[in-house]
Structures are given as C-alpha cells and as structure tokens.
Design a protein around this ligand. Sequence first.
Ligand code: PMP
Length: 402
Amino acid sequence: CLCSPPSKWPPATPILGLNEQFNADTNPNKVNLGVGVYFDDNGKLPLLQCVQAAEKTMMEKPTARGYLPIDGIAAYDAAVKGLVFGADSEVVKGGRVATVQAIGGTGGLKIGADFLKKISPNATVLISDPSWENHRALFTNAGFPVDTYPYFDQSANGGLGGINFEGMLAKLKAAAAGTIVLLHACCHNPTGYDITPAQWDQVIAVVKERNLTAFLDMAYQGFGYGIAEDGAVIAKFVAAGLNIFVSTSFSKSFSLYGERVGALSVVGSTKEETDRVLSQLKIAIRTNYSNPPTHGGAIVAAVLGNPELRALWEKELGEMRVRIKAMRQKLVDGLKAAGVTKDMSFITTQIGMFSYSGLSKDQMVRLRSEFGVYGTDTGRMCVAALNSKNIDYVCQAIAKVI
Ligand code: PMP
C-alpha cells in the first residue's frame, strides 16, 4: 500500500487562516478588518511617542539584562495596581492586591487559570457567548470544563442585535457556587456591546449571592470611555467585597503587541491571604516561563512612573479612542450614503475596537471574495482598522452585499 500511515501528530489548526488569506489576496483595494489591532489614519501600526521617549532615555543609559524577579518589575506592578484599582484604592493601600507582570493579557489569563485550577480543581468556567476565541481554549487547556452564558442575541432590538442580559443573569443565577465567570471588563470582544453600570450592579449582586469567582479580562482599558471610567467596574467589584481576578493587557493601549506586556491582579481578603496568593502566583509563573521579559515592562513602568510621559500616553490613548469613535460615525453615515436603508446606528452605540455588524457568514464571505474586505465569518469587523482612505470603499462594499 502506498498510502502514508496515519500521523501521530494532531492536524493543523486554522487560527491564522484569515490573515494568511488577506496577505495572499492580490486585490489592490483590500482592507483587513479581521485582526484585533489598532491602526492609525494612515493604516499604520502606531509607535507611540511616549514609548519612543521612554526608549530613548533607556538607550542613553543602557542596562544589562539580568533576570527579573518572578513577579516582574516592582514599579510596573505598582503602576498596574494604580491603573486597575485607582491610585487611592483602599485594597491596594491595605496590601490586599497581588499583581504580577505577565506575558500579555493572555499570560495574565493563563497564570490566573493555573492558579485557579489548584484552588478550585472541580470548578466550571463560564465565558460569554460569544467571547474572544482564545478564552475557551485557554481555560480548557488549563483543565477546566468551559460552558457559556448568553450574551449577544441577534434577534434583540428588532433584529439589529443586542445583549441578552436576562439570559446572562439567569445563567449566572443558576451557576453552582465556586463557578468561575469570565467577564469582559470593557469593550467586549467580539461584539462591541458592554452592559451598563446598573447591569454590572446586578451581575455583582449575583456573583456575591451565588459565591461565584469573577475573572475580569481587561484588554482594552482606555478604549471605552477613558482609563478611570473603564476601570470603574473593577472598583464596583472591590466595593462589594469580592475576591476578583483581573487580567490586564497593554498590547493595544501602548501599541506594544509584540513586547507581550500584561499583568494579573488578584484581590485577597486580608494582607496575609494576599501574600499567600502572591507566592502561589509565583509558582504558576515559575513553572510556565520562570520570569517575564524585561523590555516591554520597563517601557510601561517608565511611562506610567513619569508624570510627563504619562500625560503624553493618556493623550495618545485618548486620540486612538476618539479616532475609533469618529470611524464608527463615518461608517454609519457612509453606509446610509451608499444606499443602505437598514438602521445601522447601533454601530455608534457599540464600544471599543470591534463591531458585530449583523452581517451573515455568506455576506462576510462575499465581502472577502468580491471586495477584499476581510472580517470574521461571525460578522465581526475591527473598526480600529478603518481610516479616512478606506472607509468609503468599505461602505460601498458592505452596501453591495447587504
Ligand atoms: N483578552 C481579550 C478580550 C482580547 O481581545 C485579547 C487580545 N486580542 C487578549 C485578552 C490578549 O491580549 P494580549 O495580546 O495582550 O495577550
């Protein structure tokens, strides 16, 4: 027999399929709205001025690259605590937050997942339906059964789509004590729909009443309404006396994707308990990758620790946030001008980098094959990749497939 023997290795996965397809596309007008990356109005990945200034100072005084402590740069961890919990936070002052530098937001989630597996080996993890596609895989790989809670419902708002909050709350109410609930702190990926502050209060009440463990994924702090505004949801959980987990990512907010800068913070009940948590987090880090890399963390610590650079960062982050919002409005206006009669104004009520457009898989496939406009089959488009040069083309293309 000439046929090859069955391979002992698992099959390839299509994770990067869309990007590869985009790169191979010869359409000169092609637009990639498939990735979760912010591009500036020239379609370029920004290199922030605050980052350049911090790097310049670092290069003027080069330092050797020894190993960092297992939990990372102390000044970095302190700066993360300030951003996530607020500079005057009582839990931070009371030594009740354990924060560790992590390899991106993904690393923060993974360290948290490994730690949780040790303390709650029989728990189930609930993620939103839909969620960032790596959530399920990450918690499954950490050994947890992963289930979903209802989140987005295309039939809501007369078919325009929206959050099924009743369904979400009902599922959380029915969850067994100890269930780990993964929540998007702001700028929900992939839908772009966030629950309201009043709805957060209801979620917090159920988390508390049912004794659930809330794990807040904050990959987009500053992209919603502002750094403090987006962080306010964390303060709500803390005020309710909950022992939460928070993963942080600076990939987008510092445009430092490849430097892998993130963190995990865990709120303990007492300082003593928090010290024990920190030592357990260090074990999780040690057994995954020993200790974090130096460069990205040093940049973020330098920017956040210097009032001038921090102000520059807040300005640059604010410009990204405002530009995305302007693109949402342009998209709504452009679709109308291109002849779309359906009310698309929901795009401006969505928040963050993504928009669930409500387009079907067939329409998304047509957008790709006929126009070179790439979004995911679920209808998700990255509005942060729209700019003044490609917006008209994208609007025309969408109008033709709707
Ligand atoms: N969580 C969510 C919701 C995300 O969208 C992302 C990035 N796409 C991450 C976590 C991971 O962030 P990082 O790239 O910093 O690992």
